[in-house]
Design a protein around this ligand. Structure first.
Ligand code: BGC
Length: 363
């Protein structure tokens, strides 16, 4: 009887709390939450953004916030704009945004600014808007230099005569990050191209020629197929020593084209990447991609949550860079997380031991 009574007291209490919007966990309602945070991600079609989105949501909820997490279809700009409009009218206190097109959000962010809602640019800088307060990202220039340096070291450019053949790929032209990825990689590779030790047989060396719309795997595959046929690359044809790729989704298209052209793990050109997506790590283990750059999305989410906390508590977020990231309306203070090269040598400690993936994810 006593037990029955106490059960009904608990039930009553839960009912009363829920009716007031005061859920015991404190996560499901605006009343108890520390604030409402809009998190806008570009796409669910790439593993990394799913990981970013769910990390952010979990960490913000742990910190007591209510989260409105939205993915803009498959990189659909009008969808991202309308999701942001809803976050603004829905009472979000801070917006965390990974923009599809860094330059297409100026108008919607004007409304955020008028409503007094601070904006954190997440991973990609949002251009031409004075509504952006902070930028949480990785050291994107370093991502590029790590890829360039990897190719230079793997081909022993400093100690062998060469020349070596290389082709170059970067990502979406509307993603500000490619200026850093491609710029960083070319800072390392250009001197070797200038000295003739590295040759780009297609002569496609500008950022525009090397861009991949939407970071799309099919697009990079098609371009690689065209490069194969126009330059005669193949295991028994013109030697292709390396392909610079700014990320994994682009690298996967390159790999598909090279496999179809007959390359095997034994004679595969050196291919770079970024993100350590699961299919890519499998390719690294199989010998069809040499490296990826690991950007631990858990660390980035932590920094974005720290920024949200500081902003809402009236403090100043930690930043590591107050000079580099000019978005056209001024310098945006940024926190840069550290990217790390991942190969067969260290994938276990980076990805498995750290709990990022289970060993079974990579089988
Ligand atoms: C991100 C990369 C990602 C790419 C494609 C870039 O802005 O920094 O991590 O691979 O977008 O989604």
């Amino acid at each position: 009887m006593k037990k029955l009574l106490s059960l009904s007291v608990v039930a009553l209490l839960v009912f009363a709390l829920t009716a007031c919007g005061l859920t015991p966990s404190g996560n499901g309602s605006d009343v108890t939450s520390a604030g409402k945070i809009g998190v806008s991600m570009p796409t669910q079609s790439l593993q990394r953004w799913n990981q970013d989105g769910s990390n952010m949501k979990a960490k913000l909820e742990d910190a007591g916030y209510t989260v409105d997490l939205q993915y803009a279809g498959d990189n659909d700009i009008p969808t991202q704009v309308s999701q942001l409009e809803n976050m603004i009218s829905g009472g979000c206190n801070v917006l965390v945004i990974a923009a599809i097109d860094g330059s297409s959000l100026s108008n919607v962010l004007e409304s955020a600014k008028s409503a007094g809602i601070p904006v954190i640019a997440y991973d990609r800088l949002i251009m031409n808007s004075d509504a952006v307060s902070y930028y949480a990202t990785f050291d994107n220039w370093l991502v590029g230099t790590l890829q360039g340096r990897y190719i230079a070291d793997a081909l022993k450019l400093d100690s062998t005569p060469g020349p070596y053949n290389v082709e170059l790929f970067t990502g979406a032209p509307d993603d500000n990050n490619i200026n850093f990825f491609f710029g960083g990689a070319m800072e390392v590779l250009q001197p070797y191209i200038d000295s003739g030790k590295l040759v780009v047989p297609s002569k496609q060396t500008s950022k525009e020629q090397c861009a991949t719309t939407g970071w799309n795997t099919e697009a990079s595959q098609t371009r690689m197929e065209n490069l194969i046929s126009s330059n005669g690359y193949g295991p028994n044809g013109t030697k292709l020593d390396a392909v610079l790729s700014s990320n994994d989704s682009v690298a996967n298209g390159i790999t598909n084209a090279l496999v179809a052209a007959g390359y095997t793990a034994e004679d595969f050109p050196i291919i770079t990447g970024q993100d350590c997506d699961k299919p890519t790590v499998k390719n690294i283990l199989a010998g069809t991609q040499a490296m990826s750059v690991f950007k631990d999305t858990r660390t980035l989410a932590d920094q974005a949550v720290n920024m949200v906390d500081a902003i809402l508590q009236g403090g100043l977020p930690d930043v590591t860079d107050t000079e580099t990231y000019d978005n056209g309306s001024g310098i945006i203070p940024a926190y840069l997380c550290e990217p790390v090269v991942c190969t067969t040598e260290n994938y276990k400690s980076l990805l498995i031991d750290s709990g990022y993936y289970a060993e079974s994810d990579l089988q």
